[in-house]
Design a protein around this ligand. Structure first.
Ligand code: ADP
Ligand code: MG
Length: 477
Protein backbone atom coordinates (compact mmCIF):
# COMPACT_ATOMS: atom_id res chain seq x y z
CA UNK A 1 0.00 0.00 0.00
CA UNK A 2 1.24 3.42 -0.84
CA UNK A 3 2.25 5.34 2.22
CA UNK A 4 0.88 8.81 2.11
CA UNK A 5 -0.25 11.42 4.58
CA UNK A 6 -3.81 10.17 4.65
CA UNK A 7 -2.97 6.57 5.31
CA UNK A 8 -0.39 7.38 7.98
CA UNK A 9 -2.76 9.74 9.71
CA UNK A 10 -5.54 7.25 9.52
CA UNK A 11 -3.35 4.65 11.24
CA UNK A 12 -2.50 7.23 13.85
CA UNK A 13 -6.15 7.94 14.36
CA UNK A 14 -6.98 4.34 15.01
CA UNK A 15 -4.39 4.26 17.78
CA UNK A 16 -5.61 7.55 19.20
CA UNK A 17 -9.18 6.41 19.06
CA UNK A 18 -8.37 3.51 21.32
CA UNK A 19 -6.72 5.73 23.84
CA UNK A 20 -9.22 8.50 24.43
CA UNK A 21 -12.94 8.62 24.86
CA UNK A 22 -15.28 8.98 21.98
CA UNK A 23 -16.35 12.54 22.68
CA UNK A 24 -12.81 13.88 22.91
CA UNK A 25 -11.91 12.05 19.79
CA UNK A 26 -14.80 13.59 17.93
CA UNK A 27 -14.03 17.03 19.23
CA UNK A 28 -10.31 17.17 18.79
CA UNK A 29 -9.36 14.66 16.14
CA UNK A 30 -12.25 14.48 13.73
CA UNK A 31 -11.66 18.02 12.47
CA UNK A 32 -7.99 17.38 11.69
CA UNK A 33 -6.92 16.86 8.09
CA UNK A 34 -3.75 15.16 6.98
CA UNK A 35 -1.99 17.49 4.53
CA UNK A 36 1.28 15.97 3.46
CA UNK A 37 4.01 13.55 4.27
CA UNK A 38 7.56 14.62 3.45
CA UNK A 39 10.60 12.79 4.68
CA UNK A 40 8.91 11.34 7.72
CA UNK A 41 7.33 14.67 8.53
CA UNK A 42 3.59 14.45 8.67
CA UNK A 43 1.74 17.73 8.40
CA UNK A 44 -1.75 17.96 9.76
CA UNK A 45 -4.12 20.83 9.48
CA UNK A 46 -5.96 22.06 12.56
CA UNK A 47 -8.83 24.55 12.51
CA UNK A 48 -7.40 27.19 14.80
CA UNK A 49 -4.65 28.35 17.06
CA UNK A 50 -6.67 27.38 20.05
CA UNK A 51 -7.08 23.92 18.67
CA UNK A 52 -3.38 23.54 18.27
CA UNK A 53 -2.71 24.72 21.80
CA UNK A 54 -5.26 22.35 23.10
CA UNK A 55 -3.70 19.38 21.36
CA UNK A 56 -0.29 20.43 22.62
CA UNK A 57 -1.47 20.70 26.15
CA UNK A 58 -3.53 17.59 26.36
CA UNK A 59 -2.47 15.11 23.77
CA UNK A 60 1.19 15.71 23.16
CA UNK A 61 2.34 12.47 24.71
CA UNK A 62 -0.20 10.41 22.89
CA UNK A 63 0.66 12.10 19.61
CA UNK A 64 4.33 11.64 20.20
CA UNK A 65 3.99 7.92 20.83
CA UNK A 66 1.66 7.46 17.93
CA UNK A 67 3.93 9.21 15.45
CA UNK A 68 6.88 7.22 16.70
CA UNK A 69 4.95 4.03 16.17
CA UNK A 70 3.86 4.93 12.66
CA UNK A 71 6.88 6.79 11.32
CA UNK A 72 9.72 5.49 13.43
CA UNK A 73 12.22 7.37 15.53
CA UNK A 74 12.73 10.05 12.91
CA UNK A 75 9.09 10.71 12.50
CA UNK A 76 7.85 14.20 13.14
CA UNK A 77 4.57 15.99 13.23
CA UNK A 78 3.89 19.48 12.00
CA UNK A 79 0.80 21.54 12.32
CA UNK A 80 -0.70 23.83 9.82
CA UNK A 81 -3.14 26.26 11.34
CA UNK A 82 -6.02 27.66 9.38
CA UNK A 83 -6.27 31.36 9.90
CA UNK A 84 -9.90 32.19 10.27
CA UNK A 85 -9.73 35.72 9.01
CA UNK A 86 -7.84 35.08 5.87
CA UNK A 87 -9.48 32.49 3.75
CA UNK A 88 -7.07 30.18 1.97
CA UNK A 89 -4.15 31.60 3.80
CA UNK A 90 -2.51 29.09 6.00
CA UNK A 91 0.06 29.77 8.59
CA UNK A 92 2.71 27.20 8.87
CA UNK A 93 3.90 27.33 12.42
CA UNK A 94 6.13 24.34 12.00
CA UNK A 95 5.59 23.13 15.44
CA UNK A 96 7.63 20.06 15.73
CA UNK A 97 6.90 17.30 18.10
CA UNK A 98 9.96 15.28 18.89
CA UNK A 99 9.21 11.61 18.86
CA UNK A 100 11.62 10.60 21.56
CA UNK A 101 11.09 11.47 25.16
CA UNK A 102 13.63 13.95 26.28
CA UNK A 103 14.36 15.65 29.50
CA UNK A 104 12.28 18.64 30.32
CA UNK A 105 15.10 20.96 29.44
CA UNK A 106 15.74 19.46 26.07
CA UNK A 107 12.12 19.28 25.45
CA UNK A 108 11.88 23.00 25.81
CA UNK A 109 14.60 23.44 23.28
CA UNK A 110 12.95 21.30 20.74
CA UNK A 111 9.31 22.18 20.84
CA UNK A 112 9.45 25.68 19.55
CA UNK A 113 7.41 28.26 21.29
CA UNK A 114 4.73 29.49 19.01
CA UNK A 115 4.64 33.08 18.16
CA UNK A 116 1.61 34.47 19.89
CA UNK A 117 2.22 38.13 19.32
CA UNK A 118 1.74 39.52 15.86
CA UNK A 119 0.04 36.77 13.94
CA UNK A 120 -2.05 35.57 16.84
CA UNK A 121 -5.67 36.40 16.83
CA UNK A 122 -7.99 36.62 19.77
CA UNK A 123 -11.12 34.67 19.52
CA UNK A 124 -13.72 37.20 18.46
CA UNK A 125 -16.42 37.11 21.02
CA UNK A 126 -18.71 39.71 22.55
CA UNK A 127 -17.74 38.66 26.05
CA UNK A 128 -14.09 39.23 25.57
CA UNK A 129 -12.68 42.50 26.73
CA UNK A 130 -10.65 43.75 23.80
CA UNK A 131 -7.15 45.04 24.13
CA UNK A 132 -5.94 42.60 26.72
CA UNK A 133 -3.21 40.24 25.66
CA UNK A 134 -4.30 37.18 27.55
CA UNK A 135 -7.80 36.38 26.46
CA UNK A 136 -9.93 37.76 29.21
CA UNK A 137 -13.55 36.89 29.50
CA UNK A 138 -16.06 39.36 30.82
CA UNK A 139 -17.84 37.19 33.34
CA UNK A 140 -21.04 39.29 33.31
CA UNK A 141 -21.43 38.73 37.04
CA UNK A 142 -23.44 41.25 39.04
CA UNK A 143 -21.72 42.18 42.30
CA UNK A 144 -24.95 42.73 44.18
CA UNK A 145 -26.02 39.12 43.68
CA UNK A 146 -23.56 37.75 46.21
CA UNK A 147 -23.94 35.02 48.82
CA UNK A 148 -23.58 37.77 51.38
CA UNK A 149 -26.83 39.23 50.05
CA UNK A 150 -28.55 35.90 49.57
CA UNK A 151 -30.63 35.22 52.66
CA UNK A 152 -30.67 31.63 53.77
CA UNK A 153 -33.97 29.95 54.55
CA UNK A 154 -35.60 26.53 54.49
CA UNK A 155 -36.72 27.40 50.99
CA UNK A 156 -33.19 27.49 49.60
CA UNK A 157 -31.01 25.56 52.02
CA UNK A 158 -29.95 22.71 49.73
CA UNK A 159 -29.32 24.82 46.65
CA UNK A 160 -27.49 27.44 48.67
CA UNK A 161 -25.15 25.03 50.40
CA UNK A 162 -24.44 23.18 47.16
CA UNK A 163 -23.64 26.57 45.65
CA UNK A 164 -21.28 27.42 48.48
CA UNK A 165 -19.54 24.07 48.14
CA UNK A 166 -19.05 24.74 44.44
CA UNK A 167 -17.68 28.16 45.27
CA UNK A 168 -14.95 26.51 47.31
CA UNK A 169 -14.26 23.71 44.89
CA UNK A 170 -15.59 24.34 41.40
CA UNK A 171 -15.76 21.26 39.21
CA UNK A 172 -14.64 19.02 41.99
CA UNK A 173 -17.81 18.41 43.94
CA UNK A 174 -20.52 15.91 43.13
CA UNK A 175 -22.70 18.86 42.14
CA UNK A 176 -21.75 19.02 38.50
CA UNK A 177 -23.85 20.24 36.93
CA UNK A 178 -25.78 22.06 39.61
CA UNK A 179 -29.27 22.38 38.23
CA UNK A 180 -31.34 25.00 40.06
CA UNK A 181 -35.01 25.43 39.33
CA UNK A 182 -37.92 27.40 40.70
CA UNK A 183 -40.78 29.58 39.65
CA UNK A 184 -39.97 33.09 38.57
CA UNK A 185 -38.65 35.61 41.08
CA UNK A 186 -37.43 33.17 43.69
CA UNK A 187 -33.69 33.74 43.42
CA UNK A 188 -32.31 31.43 40.71
CA UNK A 189 -30.37 34.14 38.93
CA UNK A 190 -29.20 35.62 42.20
CA UNK A 191 -27.86 32.28 43.41
CA UNK A 192 -26.26 31.55 40.06
CA UNK A 193 -24.38 34.86 40.18
CA UNK A 194 -23.44 34.24 43.81
CA UNK A 195 -21.75 30.98 42.86
CA UNK A 196 -19.80 32.71 40.12
CA UNK A 197 -18.76 35.55 42.43
CA UNK A 198 -17.68 33.10 45.11
CA UNK A 199 -15.47 31.22 42.67
CA UNK A 200 -14.05 34.50 41.45
CA UNK A 201 -13.22 35.44 45.00
CA UNK A 202 -11.59 32.16 45.87
CA UNK A 203 -9.90 31.53 42.53
CA UNK A 204 -9.17 34.82 40.80
CA UNK A 205 -7.37 33.04 37.97
CA UNK A 206 -10.39 31.02 36.96
CA UNK A 207 -12.46 32.03 33.99
CA UNK A 208 -16.11 32.39 34.84
CA UNK A 209 -18.95 33.16 32.51
CA UNK A 210 -22.56 33.93 33.28
CA UNK A 211 -24.84 33.87 30.24
CA UNK A 212 -28.55 33.61 29.84
CA UNK A 213 -29.65 30.87 27.52
CA UNK A 214 -30.96 33.45 25.08
CA UNK A 215 -27.63 35.28 25.02
CA UNK A 216 -26.00 31.95 24.38
CA UNK A 217 -28.33 31.31 21.50
CA UNK A 218 -27.94 34.79 20.03
CA UNK A 219 -24.20 34.43 20.20
CA UNK A 220 -24.36 31.07 18.50
CA UNK A 221 -26.60 32.33 15.73
CA UNK A 222 -24.25 35.24 15.21
CA UNK A 223 -21.34 32.83 14.89
CA UNK A 224 -23.22 30.84 12.28
CA UNK A 225 -23.93 34.01 10.38
CA UNK A 226 -20.27 34.97 10.45
CA UNK A 227 -19.17 31.48 9.72
CA UNK A 228 -17.05 31.19 12.84
CA UNK A 229 -18.77 28.49 14.83
CA UNK A 230 -15.41 27.02 15.67
CA UNK A 231 -14.48 30.21 17.46
CA UNK A 232 -17.75 30.05 19.28
CA UNK A 233 -17.18 26.53 20.59
CA UNK A 234 -13.53 27.18 21.22
CA UNK A 235 -14.41 30.22 23.25
CA UNK A 236 -16.55 28.12 25.52
CA UNK A 237 -13.67 25.74 26.03
CA UNK A 238 -11.86 28.52 27.86
CA UNK A 239 -14.41 28.63 30.61
CA UNK A 240 -13.81 27.08 34.02
CA UNK A 241 -17.22 27.85 35.44
CA UNK A 242 -20.07 28.16 32.99
CA UNK A 243 -23.37 29.47 34.31
CA UNK A 244 -26.34 29.25 31.99
CA UNK A 245 -29.45 30.99 33.24
CA UNK A 246 -32.97 30.10 32.17
CA UNK A 247 -32.09 27.06 30.10
CA UNK A 248 -35.79 26.43 29.40
CA UNK A 249 -35.38 29.10 26.76
CA UNK A 250 -33.57 26.55 24.60
CA UNK A 251 -36.70 24.40 24.39
CA UNK A 252 -37.38 23.65 20.77
CA UNK A 253 -34.11 25.27 19.64
CA UNK A 254 -32.55 22.08 18.36
CA UNK A 255 -29.39 23.46 16.79
CA UNK A 256 -28.48 25.50 19.84
CA UNK A 257 -29.20 22.53 22.08
CA UNK A 258 -26.87 20.51 19.96
CA UNK A 259 -23.94 22.89 20.37
CA UNK A 260 -24.69 23.29 24.01
CA UNK A 261 -24.65 19.52 24.37
CA UNK A 262 -21.15 19.37 22.98
CA UNK A 263 -19.92 22.26 25.03
CA UNK A 264 -21.43 20.69 28.10
CA UNK A 265 -19.68 17.39 27.43
CA UNK A 266 -16.34 18.92 26.77
CA UNK A 267 -16.43 21.05 29.87
CA UNK A 268 -17.80 18.34 32.08
CA UNK A 269 -15.22 15.89 30.90
CA UNK A 270 -12.47 18.26 31.91
CA UNK A 271 -14.08 18.77 35.32
CA UNK A 272 -15.16 22.29 34.57
CA UNK A 273 -18.12 23.46 36.58
CA UNK A 274 -21.56 23.91 35.08
CA UNK A 275 -24.42 25.71 36.76
CA UNK A 276 -27.77 25.66 35.05
CA UNK A 277 -31.04 27.28 36.04
CA UNK A 278 -34.51 26.66 34.78
CA UNK A 279 -38.08 27.55 35.60
CA UNK A 280 -38.96 23.86 35.68
CA UNK A 281 -37.37 20.62 36.81
CA UNK A 282 -35.68 18.68 33.99
CA UNK A 283 -38.56 16.22 33.67
CA UNK A 284 -40.99 19.01 32.90
CA UNK A 285 -39.00 20.87 30.26
CA UNK A 286 -40.61 20.13 26.96
CA UNK A 287 -38.83 20.38 23.65
CA UNK A 288 -35.44 19.54 25.12
CA UNK A 289 -33.33 16.69 23.82
CA UNK A 290 -33.44 13.68 26.15
CA UNK A 291 -29.66 13.37 26.07
CA UNK A 292 -29.36 16.92 27.42
CA UNK A 293 -32.02 16.39 30.03
CA UNK A 294 -30.30 13.27 31.24
CA UNK A 295 -27.06 15.19 31.63
CA UNK A 296 -28.78 17.85 33.68
CA UNK A 297 -29.45 15.13 36.20
CA UNK A 298 -25.85 13.97 36.47
CA UNK A 299 -25.05 16.29 39.34
CA UNK A 300 -27.49 17.80 41.76
CA UNK A 301 -30.96 19.10 41.00
CA UNK A 302 -32.15 21.51 43.66
CA UNK A 303 -35.21 23.71 43.76
CA UNK A 304 -35.92 27.03 45.39
CA UNK A 305 -39.24 27.16 47.15
CA UNK A 306 -41.42 29.96 48.37
CA UNK A 307 -39.67 31.72 51.24
CA UNK A 308 -41.46 31.74 54.58
CA UNK A 309 -42.46 34.95 56.33
CA UNK A 310 -39.24 35.24 58.36
CA UNK A 311 -37.12 34.82 55.25
CA UNK A 312 -39.16 37.41 53.38
CA UNK A 313 -38.72 39.87 56.21
CA UNK A 314 -34.99 39.15 56.36
CA UNK A 315 -34.69 39.72 52.61
CA UNK A 316 -36.35 43.12 52.85
CA UNK A 317 -34.26 44.09 55.87
CA UNK A 318 -31.06 43.15 54.13
CA UNK A 319 -32.01 45.18 51.11
CA UNK A 320 -32.85 48.23 53.23
CA UNK A 321 -29.69 47.83 55.25
CA UNK A 322 -27.57 47.67 52.10
CA UNK A 323 -29.19 50.81 50.76
CA UNK A 324 -28.90 52.56 54.11
CA UNK A 325 -32.62 53.16 54.38
CA UNK A 326 -34.89 52.68 57.36
CA UNK A 327 -38.50 51.63 57.26
CA UNK A 328 -40.86 51.02 60.18
CA UNK A 329 -40.95 47.38 61.26
CA UNK A 330 -44.70 47.13 60.86
CA UNK A 331 -44.48 48.30 57.26
CA UNK A 332 -41.81 45.72 56.46
CA UNK A 333 -43.88 43.03 58.10
CA UNK A 334 -46.98 44.11 56.29
CA UNK A 335 -45.25 43.94 52.93
CA UNK A 336 -43.67 40.57 53.68
CA UNK A 337 -46.99 39.30 54.90
CA UNK A 338 -48.91 40.45 51.83
CA UNK A 339 -46.65 39.47 48.98
CA UNK A 340 -45.71 35.86 49.21
CA UNK A 341 -45.21 34.26 45.85
CA UNK A 342 -42.43 36.25 44.23
CA UNK A 343 -39.44 37.92 45.84
CA UNK A 344 -38.95 40.27 42.94
CA UNK A 345 -42.49 41.58 43.42
CA UNK A 346 -41.92 41.83 47.14
CA UNK A 347 -38.86 43.98 46.52
CA UNK A 348 -40.78 45.89 43.88
CA UNK A 349 -43.53 46.76 46.35
CA UNK A 350 -40.96 47.93 48.88
CA UNK A 351 -39.26 50.12 46.29
CA UNK A 352 -42.64 51.48 45.32
CA UNK A 353 -43.38 52.42 48.93
CA UNK A 354 -40.06 54.22 49.18
CA UNK A 355 -40.57 55.99 45.89
CA UNK A 356 -44.11 57.12 46.69
CA UNK A 357 -43.05 58.38 50.08
CA UNK A 358 -40.17 60.41 48.75
CA UNK A 359 -41.93 61.72 45.63
CA UNK A 360 -45.03 62.82 47.46
CA UNK A 361 -43.20 63.68 50.65
CA UNK A 362 -45.40 61.23 52.50
CA UNK A 363 -44.54 59.40 55.66
CA UNK A 364 -43.76 55.74 55.26
CA UNK A 365 -46.57 54.11 57.18
CA UNK A 366 -49.04 51.26 57.02
CA UNK A 367 -51.62 53.26 55.10
CA UNK A 368 -49.24 54.00 52.30
CA UNK A 369 -48.07 50.39 52.27
CA UNK A 370 -51.67 49.19 52.08
CA UNK A 371 -52.44 51.37 49.08
CA UNK A 372 -49.39 50.19 47.27
CA UNK A 373 -49.87 46.54 48.04
CA UNK A 374 -53.45 46.80 46.83
CA UNK A 375 -52.35 48.24 43.50
CA UNK A 376 -49.47 45.93 43.29
CA UNK A 377 -51.39 42.77 43.86
CA UNK A 378 -54.07 43.89 41.44
CA UNK A 379 -51.67 44.89 38.71
CA UNK A 380 -49.12 42.18 38.85
CA UNK A 381 -50.65 39.04 40.22
CA UNK A 382 -53.54 38.83 37.88
CA UNK A 383 -53.19 38.66 34.17
CA UNK A 384 -56.74 39.30 33.05
CA UNK A 385 -57.33 38.01 29.55
CA UNK A 386 -60.12 38.71 27.08
CA UNK A 387 -61.09 35.06 27.21
CA UNK A 388 -61.46 35.27 30.94
CA UNK A 389 -63.60 38.41 30.66
CA UNK A 390 -65.81 36.83 28.03
CA UNK A 391 -66.30 33.81 30.19
CA UNK A 392 -67.31 35.88 33.24
CA UNK A 393 -69.65 38.16 31.27
CA UNK A 394 -71.39 35.40 29.31
CA UNK A 395 -71.88 33.27 32.43
CA UNK A 396 -73.28 36.24 34.27
CA UNK A 397 -75.98 36.67 31.63
CA UNK A 398 -76.58 32.94 31.26
CA UNK A 399 -75.13 32.81 27.76
CA UNK A 400 -72.39 30.82 26.12
CA UNK A 401 -69.43 32.74 24.72
CA UNK A 402 -70.53 31.75 21.22
CA UNK A 403 -74.02 33.09 21.76
CA UNK A 404 -72.60 36.30 23.09
CA UNK A 405 -70.41 36.70 20.03
CA UNK A 406 -73.08 35.73 17.52
CA UNK A 407 -74.47 38.18 14.98
CA UNK A 408 -77.82 38.59 16.70
CA UNK A 409 -79.20 42.01 17.55
CA UNK A 410 -81.14 40.86 20.59
CA UNK A 411 -80.77 43.61 23.13
CA UNK A 412 -79.57 41.50 26.05
CA UNK A 413 -76.95 39.81 23.92
CA UNK A 414 -75.75 43.03 22.37
CA UNK A 415 -75.39 44.52 25.84
CA UNK A 416 -73.45 41.54 27.14
CA UNK A 417 -71.12 41.76 24.17
CA UNK A 418 -70.63 45.47 24.67
CA UNK A 419 -69.84 44.94 28.33
CA UNK A 420 -67.27 42.29 27.44
CA UNK A 421 -65.65 44.76 25.03
CA UNK A 422 -65.72 47.50 27.61
CA UNK A 423 -64.04 45.36 30.26
CA UNK A 424 -61.52 44.06 27.78
CA UNK A 425 -60.65 47.69 27.02
CA UNK A 426 -60.39 48.71 30.65
CA UNK A 427 -58.66 45.63 32.07
CA UNK A 428 -56.33 44.41 29.37
CA UNK A 429 -53.76 46.05 27.18
CA UNK A 430 -55.33 44.57 24.08
CA UNK A 431 -55.90 46.88 21.12
CA UNK A 432 -59.40 47.80 19.97
CA UNK A 433 -58.86 45.85 16.77
CA UNK A 434 -57.86 42.75 18.61
CA UNK A 435 -60.76 43.06 21.03
CA UNK A 436 -63.07 43.32 18.03
CA UNK A 437 -61.63 40.17 16.54
CA UNK A 438 -62.21 38.32 19.78
CA UNK A 439 -65.74 39.57 20.23
CA UNK A 440 -67.56 38.29 17.16
CA UNK A 441 -65.24 39.68 14.50
CA UNK A 442 -66.14 43.33 14.88
CA UNK A 443 -64.03 46.24 13.72
CA UNK A 444 -62.32 48.70 16.04
CA UNK A 445 -64.96 51.39 15.52
CA UNK A 446 -67.62 49.02 16.81
CA UNK A 447 -65.53 48.36 19.90
CA UNK A 448 -65.04 52.06 20.48
CA UNK A 449 -68.76 52.65 20.08
CA UNK A 450 -69.47 49.80 22.54
CA UNK A 451 -67.18 51.33 25.13
CA UNK A 452 -68.89 54.72 24.83
CA UNK A 453 -72.33 53.16 25.04
CA UNK A 454 -71.42 51.21 28.17
CA UNK A 455 -69.93 54.29 29.80
CA UNK A 456 -73.10 56.19 28.97
CA UNK A 457 -75.39 53.51 30.33
CA UNK A 458 -73.39 53.19 33.54
CA UNK A 459 -73.96 56.90 34.10
CA UNK A 460 -77.64 56.90 33.19
CA UNK A 461 -79.13 53.45 33.80
CA UNK A 462 -79.19 52.24 37.38
CA UNK A 463 -79.96 48.62 36.55
CA UNK A 464 -77.21 48.53 33.96
CA UNK A 465 -74.76 50.10 36.41
CA UNK A 466 -75.65 47.27 38.81
CA UNK A 467 -74.63 44.69 36.18
CA UNK A 468 -71.43 46.52 35.45
CA UNK A 469 -70.51 46.78 39.13
CA UNK A 470 -71.20 43.09 39.69
CA UNK A 471 -69.11 42.15 36.71
CA UNK A 472 -66.30 44.43 37.76
CA UNK A 473 -66.14 42.64 41.10
CA UNK A 474 -66.26 39.20 39.52
CA UNK A 475 -63.53 40.01 37.05
CA UNK A 476 -61.23 41.25 39.76
CA UNK A 477 -61.93 38.38 42.12
P1 ADP B 1 -35.35 34.25 39.40
O1 ADP B 1 -34.09 34.20 38.64
O2 ADP B 1 -35.68 32.97 40.10
O3 ADP B 1 -36.52 34.75 38.61
P2 ADP B 1 -34.01 36.35 40.84
O4 ADP B 1 -32.74 35.66 41.15
O5 ADP B 1 -34.00 37.33 39.75
O6 ADP B 1 -35.17 35.28 40.59
O7 ADP B 1 -34.54 37.01 42.19
C1 ADP B 1 -35.50 38.04 42.19
C2 ADP B 1 -35.12 39.06 43.23
O8 ADP B 1 -35.23 38.50 44.52
C3 ADP B 1 -33.68 39.53 43.09
O9 ADP B 1 -33.63 40.91 43.30
C4 ADP B 1 -32.96 38.80 44.19
O10 ADP B 1 -31.88 39.55 44.68
C5 ADP B 1 -34.01 38.61 45.23
N1 ADP B 1 -33.82 37.39 46.01
C6 ADP B 1 -34.24 36.16 45.69
N2 ADP B 1 -33.91 35.27 46.63
C7 ADP B 1 -33.25 35.96 47.58
C8 ADP B 1 -32.65 35.59 48.82
N3 ADP B 1 -32.67 34.33 49.28
N4 ADP B 1 -32.07 36.57 49.53
C9 ADP B 1 -32.05 37.84 49.09
N5 ADP B 1 -32.61 38.25 47.94
C10 ADP B 1 -33.20 37.32 47.19
MG1 MG C 1 -33.76 34.69 36.64
Amino acid sequence: MEINAKSVWSSCLSIIRDNIDHQSFKTWFDPIKALKLDDNVLTIQVPSQFFYEWLEEHYINLLRKTIKKELGLNGRLEYSIVMDNAVNKQDQYSIIIPTSNRSAKNNQDVSMPINLSSSSKTIPDPFIIPGIQKVKVNSQLVERYSFENFIEGDCNRLARSAGLAIGKNPGKTAFNPLFIYSKVGLGKSHLAHAIGLEVKNNFPEKTILYVTADQFMAQYIESVRNNNQTDFTNFYQLIDVLIIDDIQFLAGKDKTQDVFFHIFNQLHQRSKQLVITSDKPPVDIEGMEPRLLSRFKWGLTADLQLPDLETRIAILQKRLYNDGITMPENVIEYLAYSIISNIRELEGAMISVLAQASLNKKEINLDLARQIVENFVRNTNKEISIDYIQKIVSEYFGLTVDQMNSKTRKRNIVQARQLAMFFAKTHTKTSLTSIGLHCGNKDHATVLHACKTVQNLIETDKEFKGYADDLEKKIKL
